[in-house]
Design a protein around this ligand. Structure first.
Ligand code: ADP
Ligand code: MG
Length: 366
């Protein structure tokens, strides 16, 4: 099911009367293609949950429309939209077994949709098998691990075979290893069922790893929409560049003069076609090559061995962060007896941003 958001806006009145309304979602336009998994990504408070609540009908938009396929669902109550919802806290009924929890949404069906108990049991079993908890049907939630409880919550969201599946930070309560495993599970389930899915997270790794497309939000405003790699390789502004990537992109003050990018006094990179101006410079950690004649010289702080790669930690007066991190292949040895290290920079890993509005200034990196 295709999901269309048209000029979707949600204002919350400011409680203390003075001050402005909070615009939690500001003119969101997006057509989510059928059967895709969309990662909705941004820092806490940027409007992710509000967007999800608008799509499922828990909130009514101040303006704008929501369509599922050709149906305008903007004014439909949640139960008539055909959405499945999973939240961070699994919100299972503690006194019900796993089976009863999963079946719960089916028991409210009325009229032509009403199911017999054997039909409900069968649907619950199908959903349980999808999330691989069909062996735990008689347990109570208290007898399950966090990961298993979240699977039950996902099965419950799937049992009606929703048109759209909405997941709001579903992995936040799980430990690191289980988070990794469960996100892969979610991807598998989504691909097996083909249900259009929106996955909300503040964790960029999580969103990048399983999404067909990511939407990056800030202060209620969509910053960029695209395939994860495309957004990583070509961020539209400094915010998006810094939000994606671990370790994060290095940000420095720079200046363009004569179609060259200067950091401190050194010309570090050609920027053909860019006019003279002060800029913010972003350099991805993987954009450095050790080179004793390289133009970019930093003060060496330490070298961290990571196995496959080596992380060179350094400082530079133009850096906006306390340290610069460069990730280089482990076979390239850093001379630790020296106080400084020199690099050449890979032009496609160097981004420059307008110093006034943080928008990216594109140049031909060849
Ligand atoms: P996220 O899920 O990205 O952390 P939310 O969608 O929960 O963000 O919130 C977006 C903004 O809207 C925040 O500034 C939040 O304080 C505000 N907000 C959310 N819900 C309400 C509400 N019911 N009343 C007033 N303000 C709200
Ligand atoms: Mg939220």
């Amino acid at each position: 099911m295709k999901v269309v958001l048209q000029n979707l806006t949600k204002r919350f009145p400011n409680r203390n009367k003075k001050g402005d309304d909070v615009i939690a979602v500001n003119d969101f336009n997006f057509e989510i293609p059928d059967g895709k998994l969309i990662g909705l990504l941004g820092p806490s408070g940027c409007g992710k949950s509000t967007t999800l609540n608008l799509i499922c009908g828990l909130e009514t938009p101040t303006s704008g429309r929501i369509l599922f396929g050709e149906d305008d669902v903007t004014r439909l109550p949640p139960e008539n939209r055909g959405v499945g919802l999973v939240f961070q806290n699994y919100a299972l009924y503690p006194h019900l077994t796993v089976q009863e929890n999963i079946m719960f949404p089916l028991q409210n069906l009325r009229g032509a949709d009403k199911l017999t108990r054997p039909q409900m049991l069968e649907k619950a079993m199908t959903a349980a098998k999808l999330v691989q908890i069909d062996g735990l049907m008689e347990r109570k939630p208290s007898e399950l691990s966090g990961g298993q409880q979240q699977r039950v919550a996902i099965a419950r969201a799937l049992v009606k075979m929703p048109r759209v599946l909405l997941l709001d930070e579903p992995l936040s309560n799980l430990d690191a290893r289980l988070r990794l495993q469960t996100r892969e599970e979610i991807r598998r389930i989504q691909q097996e069922t083909g249900i259009t899915t929106i996955f909300v997270t503040h964790d960029q790794d999580e969103a990048m790893s399983i999404s067909d497309m990511i939407v990056v939000m800030k202060d209620g405003v969509v910053q960029q929409i695209g395939a994860p790699q495309e957004v990583y390789d070509s961020p539209v502004n400094l915010f998006v560049a810094t939000f994606l990537g671990t370790p994060p992109i290095n940000v420095l003050d720079g200046e363009v003069k004569g179609e060259k990018l200067y950091i401190g006094g050194a010309a570090v990179c050609d920027v053909p076609g860019v006019g003279d101006q002060p800029v913010s410079v972003g350099i991805r950690p993987e954009g450095f090559t050790l080179d004793e004649n390289g133009p970019f010289e930093v003060s060496l702080s330490r070298v961290e061995v990571m196995g496959r790669d080596t992380s060179v930690v350094s400082t530079h007066p133009a850096s906006r962060n306390p340290v610069i991190r460069s990730i280089i292949p482990a076979r390239n040895k850093v001379d630790r007896t020296r106080r400084t290290v020199r690099f050449t920079l890979m032009p496609e890993k160097v981004f420059i941003f307008d110093a006034r509005d943080d928008r990216r200034i594109c140049f031909d990196a060849e």
